[in-house]
Design a protein around this ligand. Structure first.
Ligand SMILES: Nc1ncnc2c1ncn2[C@@H]1O[C@H](COP(=O)(O)OP(=O)(O)OP(=O)(O)O)[C@@H](O)[C@H]1O
Length: 413
């Protein structure tokens, strides 16, 4: 008995079949191609047709008075490629910038029958509008096992809507504010940042954490732990810790040589990353402490004062504050002046007014969508760049954070 050759199932008709078979197949293929092209062409025409209405609807058109009456001008549509993603080349009106379209991107995309869009500068006044069926930030991604050896190296913050990785170097003089509702992903993000930083020789992870999860136990036995206060049992410890950090800051300021206005962090003079987890909660807890005798400073005042000094004077001498809050109201962040000190700002899911409070009116168009953002999706703003939406990396279960810190953080000598 001859062995039966295994055949593909369903039968592979792409090979063989003789001349007649190939001709017949190519007719069918060509017909399918033609039909597809016709559908694409019709869809492109449909997009051209609805583009004008969509632009008028979202306010990126311009009305000018002419001799024959008012004329509405919209950004001009050039080539349309129907694919994944469908792209439309668009010539902006004089004076318009790509941000004028991206600011209303979601509403424009919905009017065109898509979920969202990206605007990519193309040259001159032309931009490429990429129409997307789904939010590019939908897919979570895991934080690779990366650590930085020094604060001069960038840590991974997340990926933007184009899939580009965004990094941040803690040697850059920026304090970081994180806000987000319960379960929006603040802690995960902070775990990821600290897990990347903990191995750096020239970094000390310091700060106050009333939850005792972000700081504290995971750092036992490491060089970072002596600079951390945790829990709510002894709030005076939090005030004392922040004052101790202010003491180091003052020594560094006093020791600055002539004609030098900042220090370069090194293993001998490390950069202090001062994490303040749930700062409004810390202030509330300190505010609820029993009144002290006359002339004594309350723990609340001491925490506020030390926090403000670290924020306003610490940047040049190696202090970076990372503050986490559910809602970054001025009062909850230690006052409007204190809040103004944060250069890098991330908002996880928050109501629209909270988003605008931290990032300014430029994010108004994002507010509605961001109020229901998935955990791990944040709005990020930093000096000198446009506000972007990002997906931050996911580190995993809390035990994974503890393991990474235990494995990588430098042990106490
Ligand atoms: N980057 C992410 N990617 C995917 N899922 C995430 C991400 N971050 C958080 N999550 C999911 O959301 C859950 C809540 O996240 P997390 O504990 O960080 O929120 P939170 O803002 O710190 O909340 P809380 O204020 O209650 O501590 C996580 O357990 C995880 O399931």
């Amino acid at each position: 008995m001859t062995a039966t050759a295994l055949l593909p199932f369903p039968p592979d008709r792409s090979r063989g079949g003789g001349w007649f078979g190939r001709t017949r197949r190519s007719w069918a293929d060509r017909r399918a191609d033609r039909e597809h092209e016709q559908e694409c062409w019709a869809f492109a025409e449909h997009l051209r047709f609805v583009w004008r209405d969509a632009c008028e609807g979202v306010g990126v058109s311009r009305t000018t008075d002419t001799a024959t009456g008012p004329t509405v001008r919209t950004p001009r549509v050039g080539r349309i490629v129907v694919d994944r993603p469908t792209t439309v080349l668009v010539e902006l009106l004089p004076g318009q910038e790509p941000q004028d379209l991206s600011r209303v991107g979601d509403r424009l995309a919905h009017s065109l029958g898509f979920e969202t869009l990206r605007v990519v500068p193309h040259g001159g006044r032309w931009v490429r509008v990429e129409l997307l069926d789904q939010d590019p930030l939908t897919e979570p991604f895991a934080l690779p096992r990366i650590t930085v050896g020094t604060c001069q190296d960038p840590v991974l913050l997340g990926r933007d809507e184009f899939g580009d990785a965004l990094g941040h170097t803690f040697a850059d003089a920026a304090h970081v504010a994180l806000q987000g509702q319960n379960g929006a992903g603040k802690s995960q993000f902070a775990y990821g940042l600290l897990a990347q930083l903990a191995a750096a020789d020239d970094v000390r992870i310091a700060g106050s954490d009333i939850t005792g999860l972000l700081l504290g136990c995971p750092y036992d036995g490491t060089v970072h732990r002596p600079w951390q206060a945790t829990g709510t049992a002894d709030l005076e410890e939090h005030a004392a810790l922040l004052e101790r950090l202010v003491g180091v800051m003052d020594e560094r300021l006093a020791a600055l040589p002539d004609r030098v206005d900042k220090i370069e962090p090194s293993p001998a003079v490390p950069l202090f990353v001062v994490v303040v987890e749930e700062f409004p909660g810390l202030l509330r807890a300190a505010g609820a402490m029993p009144k002290l005798g006359r002339g004594e400073r309350s723990v609340l005042d001491r925490i506020r004062a030390a926090n403000l000094r670290l924020l306003s004077e610490g940047r040049k001498v190696g202090f970076r504050v990372i503050t986490l809050a559910q809602r970054a109201e001025a009062e909850a962040m230690g006052g409007g002046y204190a809040r103004d000190q944060y250069a890098l700002r991330l908002s996880f899911r928050v109501p629209g007014d909270s988003l605008e409070m931290l990032h300014g009116p430029a994010v108004r168009e994002l507010a509605e969508r961001h109020a229901t953002a998935e955990p791990g999706v944040a709005v990020l703003s930093a000096p000198g760049r446009d506000v972007v939406r990002v997906r931050v990396p996911y580190l995993g279960a809390y035990a994974e954070y503890c393991d990474r810190i235990a494995m990588t953080a430098r042990k106490e000598p």
